[in-house]
Design a protein around this ligand. Structure first.
Ligand SMILES: [Zn+2]
Length: 302
């Protein structure tokens, strides 16, 4: 009996201390802690193949594991390895299985340019938003469609990770079944121009219709809907005729500068943007619309 009680006490302690099942996903302190780790001087801006890149991928992998995401790479791990201009790196792919084989893909690149450019906004902000969305998804009932979470390597060298994934999709990421791609890149600089853009959210797309409604629930966000963006990891998906939404906040001060640091991040708005993106991802995953047929009509949107 005593032994049972001791085991129960251990289990209870473990559950109480489990950061994956406890806590609010869009808590600013949690977002700040993760972003600070990814954009720390020790990781030196996470250039592909560096020790900082490896450490960043280890942090993301730890979080994917902790959240219980299903590994999405073909070797049964999260890591889809590829070569970025001779440097070994990887995309990280994890998923939450839904009831159907249709897929909603959420992406954010984890690399930056390195060499004292820490890339807090570009794109540690997108990665922590993605991780928060993943946490929210695992805390909620199982989605209708499967949700795939991908962090890309080699974006700064020319969209290498996203292009690799689209050219060599893992078995679990059948591109023909992808009904939407949601990209998060630079979502921590809302205060720079007091706007967040949701490129690709055209009125003809399911995401455009959803965002038009969701927008009202976030009175403190000015959301720019529609318009194509020809820069970012959505480009290879768009070429594959997959509808996308690209969340982005302009950064008038520190884009690709050494001042892109944690101190410049607008955490209250980052939390709201991540929450809005979660509502969109969840809305797409659970939508009763025939998103496959809509994709066939609109491609990546107009
Ligand atoms: Zn970026």
């Amino acid at each position: 009996m005593l032994r049972v009680l001791a085991a129960l006490a251990l289990l209870t302690t473990a559950a109480a201390a489990d950061p994956c099942t406890e806590g609010k996903p869009f808590d600013e302190a949690a977002l700040r802690a993760r972003l600070t780790a990814l954009a720390s001087p020790e990781l030196d801006g996470r250039a592909p193949g560096t020790a900082g890149d490896l450490a960043a991928r280890a942090l993301i992998t730890e979080r994917f594991t902790c959240l219980g995401l299903t590994p999405g790479a073909d070797d049964g791990t999260y890591a889809q390895a590829f070569d970025a201009e001779g440097q070994p790196t990887a995309n990280l792919v994890g998923l939450v299985a839904g009831e159907t084989d249709e897929l909603v893909v959420v992406g954010a690149h984890h690399d930056h340019v390195g060499d004292k450019h820490l890339g807090a906004n570009d794109n540690a902000s997108g990665v922590v938003a993605l991780l928060a969305i993943a946490q929210a998804v695992v805390q909620q009932p199982k989605p209708k469609r499967t949700i795939v979470f991908v962090t890309f390597g080699g974006e700064e060298l020319g969209l290498l990770g996203s292009s690799h994934l689209v050219a060599h999709p893992p078995r679990r990421v059948d591109l023909a079944k992808v009904v939407a791609f949601v990209n998060l890149d630079m979502v921590g600089s809302y205060s720079s121009t007091r706007a967040v853009y949701a490129f690709g959210s055209f009125p003809t797309t399911a995401a455009g219709k959803l965002l038009d409604r969701l927008d009202d629930a976030y009175p403190k966000l000015r959301v720019g809907l529609g318009g194509h963006s020809v820069r970012g990891d959505q480009v290879p998906f768009c070429k594959a005729k997959i509808p996308y939404v690209f969340f982005w906040t302009p950064d008038a001060r520190c884009y690709h500068e050494t001042c892109d640091t944690v101190g410049k991040i607008d955490f209250p708005h980052l939390a709201m943007i991540a929450s809005l993106a979660r509502d969109l991802v969840r809305g797409l995953a659970d939508s009763k619309l025939d998103l496959g047929a809509m994709r066939g009509k609109t491609g990546c949107g107009k």
